[in-house]
Design a protein around this ligand. Structure first.
Ligand code: ADP
Ligand code: MG
Length: 447
C-alpha cells in the first residue's frame, strides 16, 4: 500500500467529516449504511453523497452494496484520520519513506516542524482475520468483523503504554511520543534490525546484554514473547534497542514459562548460527557464577525473582486497562476474533469523539487545513490481498447512479421537511439507535 499523504491536501473539512462519520458508524456496523452516514455527517443538501464519491476515488472508503448500500473505512482511510489528528496536534508535519513492513504493521518516517525525524508505526492487527471474516460474508455477525479497527487501536495503545513504562525503568526502547487510533509515533532508532547484521565486534557482549534484558524484563514482571533478531535493533556502537511490544505478557500468564524459554531459545539459536557462539565456553569463560542458569547457561524462569504487576501502575497511567489486555491476548493467542463488548465500544466512540473535538479546536485555532508533505517516491508498495479487494471497485457508473439517486432522495426529504426514511432500505440498522445517532451528531456538529 502506498501512503500518499499528499491526498490530505485535497481533502476538505466536509471530506473529513464524512470520513469520521463512517468511522463512528463502524462502531456497530461492518458496512455503514449510506443513509446512516448521511444522518451522522449531516451535510446540507445531500452533500454527503458527493463527498462519499470523492473519498471512494481516493480509496479512503470501500463501497459495498451486496446486502445493502454502504461503506466502510479502508486501512488508508483509517491511516488518514490518525495522521490528520497527529498533524493537527503538531506531532509531525510530514510523512516520508516507509522503513519497515511487519506482519501486522507498516512503519514510516515522519518529520517534525524542527526537522527531527521520528518513526510512525501503523498497526494492522486483525488484518488477516478481517479478511477471513469478510470471505464468509457474514454481515449479520458484524461485531466481529469490524474489529480490525478495535484491535489495531488496542495494539497501538498497548505498544505506547509499554514503551513509556519500559522507558521509565531504563530499558533500551524507543521514546514513545504520541498515539492516536492505530498509530504510534516514537523516536527513530539509529541502527538496523539484528537480523541484518553479519558481523559483530563483540558478539559475546552483545549476547550477554540481550540475555540480560530478557532476565531484567522478567524481574519487572514481563515477557516480550517475540524477542528475536527482528525485534532487536543494533547501532554501529553495538548498542541495543528493543522494539515491538503488542504481544508482551505478564510473568503471571499461564504460559509464561514457555514464552520465556522461547525468547531465550531464539537468542541462543541466533547467536549460535550467525556468530558461531559456543555457549558452554562463553558462559564458562565470562561468568563466575552459574546460579540461576542451566548447564548451557540458559536463565531459568523459575529462579528469577519476578515481580508480577510491577508495571501495572505505569501501564494504567497510559490508559491501558486489564480489560484491554484480556481482549488483545484473546486475539493473539486464539487467533480468534476478540469480541468487542459494549464497554469497549463506548470507549472507542468516546475516544473518537474526543479526538474529533480536539481536532476541531486545533483546526479552528490554526484557521486552515494542515497539509502533509508528499510521501517520497521510495515508499514501497506492498502486495496485500485486502488492498486488492479494495481496489476491485464497483462499476463506477452504477455507483454514481446509486449515489445520485440517494442524493436526490435526501434532498427531496429535506425539502419535505423530514428526515429521509430508512424504511425503503433493506439494511437493518441494528445498533443505529436514533438517540445514539443524535448524540453523535451533536458531537460532530462542531465540525
Ligand atoms: P511488527 O510488529 O510488524 O513486527 P516492528 O515494530 O517490529 O513491527 O517494526 C518492523 C520494522 O520496522 C523493524 O524491524 C524495524 O526495521 C523498523 N522499525 C520499527 N520501529 C522502528 C523505530 N522506532 N526506528 C527505526 N526503525 C523501526
Ligand atoms: Mg517486529
Amino acid at each position: 500500500m502506498k501512503l500518499d499523504v499528499d491526498v490530505l491536501r485535497y481533502l476538505s473539512k466536509d471530506d473529513f467529516r464524512v470520513l469520521t462519520a463512517v468511522e463512528l458508524g463502524m462502531r456497530n456496523h461492518e458496512i455503514v449504511p449510506t443513509e446512516l452516514i448521511d444522518r451522522i455527517a449531516r451535510l446540507k443538501h445531500g452533500g454527503t453523497y458527493k463527498v462519499l464519491k470523492n473519498l471512494l476515488k481516493h480509496k479512503l472508503l470501500h463501497h459495498d452494496s451486496s446486502k445493502y448500500d454502504g461503506f466502510r473505512l479502508t486501512y488508508l482511510g483509517y491511516d488518514y484520520l490518525a495522521i490528520k489528528t497527529m498533524v493537527n496536534k503538531g506531532v509531525f508535519v510530514g510523512v516520508g519513506r516507509q522503513i519497515g513492513v511487519g506482519k501486522e504493521s507498516d512503519i514510516f518516517e515522519v518529520v517534525c516542524e524542527d526537522g527531527t525525524v521520528l518513526a510512525m508505526k501503523l498497526h494492522r492487527l486483525g488484518r488477516v482475520s478481517f479478511r477471513a471474516v469478510k470471505s464468509k460474508r457474514d454481515y449479520l455477525r458484524h461485531r466481529s468483523s469490524y474489529n480490525w479497527l478495535y484491535l489495531s487501536r488496542l495494539a497501538a495503545l498497548k505498544e505506547f503504554a509499554f514503551m513509556k513504562a519500559l522507558e521509565t525503568h531504563s530499558f533500551p526502547v524507543p521514546k514513545a511520543v504520541e498515539h492516536n487510533r492505530h498509530c504510534v509515533v516514537m523516536s527513530l532508532v539509529q541502527g538496523y534490525p539484528l537480523v541484518q547484521v553479519k558481523q559483530l565486534q563483540n558478539p559475546e557482549t552483545v549476547f550477554e546484554t540481550i540475555l540480560g534484558i530478557v532476565v531484567r524484563l522478567a524481574e519487572h514482571g514481563l515477557i516480550h514473547c517475540d524477542f528475536n533478531e527482528f525485534n532487536i535493533m543494533i547501532d554501529d556502537d553495538e548498542k541495543i534497542t528493543m522494539i515491538d511490544f503488542p504481544q508482551m505478557v505478564s510473568v503471571s500468564h499461564r504460559n509464561a514459562q514457555m514464552y520465556f524459554d522461547r525468547d531465550v531459545e531464539c537468542i541462543f539459536k541466533f547467536f549460535r548460527k550467525r556468530f558461531n557462539l559456543s555457549f558452554q565456553e562463553s558462559i564458562d569463560d565470562n561468568d563466575d557464577s552459574d546460579e540461576g542458569k542451566d548447564e548451557d547457561g540458559r536463565p531459568c524462569f523459575s529462579e528469577i525473582e519476578r515481580s508480577a504487576g510491577f508495571l501495572d501502575k505505569e501501564l494504567a497511567a497510559s490508559g491501558f486497562s486489564r480489560k484491554d489486555e484480556e481482549d488483545i491476548q484473546r486475539f493473539i493467542e486464539g487467533g480468534a476474533e476478540a469480541e468487542t463488548n459494549s464497554d469497549s465500544e463506548v470507549d472507542l466512540v468516546e475516544d473518537l469523539n474526543e479526538s474529533i473535538l480536539l481536532q476541531d479546536e486545533e483546526h479552528e485555532n490554526k484557521g486552515k487545513d494542515e497539509s502533509c508533505e508528499a510521501a517520497e517516491s521510495g515508499a514501497s508498495e506492498r502486495e496485500d490481498a485486502t488492498d486488492e479487494e479494495e481496489n476491485e471497485m464497483e462499476n463506477e457508473a452504477e455507483l454514481t447512479k446509486s449515489l445520485n439517486k440517494q442524493r436526490r432522495h435526501a434532498i427531496a426529504a429535506t425539502r419535505r421537511g423530514r428526515k429521509s426514511l430508512a424504511s425503503r432500505n433493506s439494511y437493518k440498522d441494528k445498533g443505529g439507535r436514533s438517540s445514539h445517532n443524535s448524540k453523535l451528531q451533536k458531537q460532530l456538529s462542531g465540525w
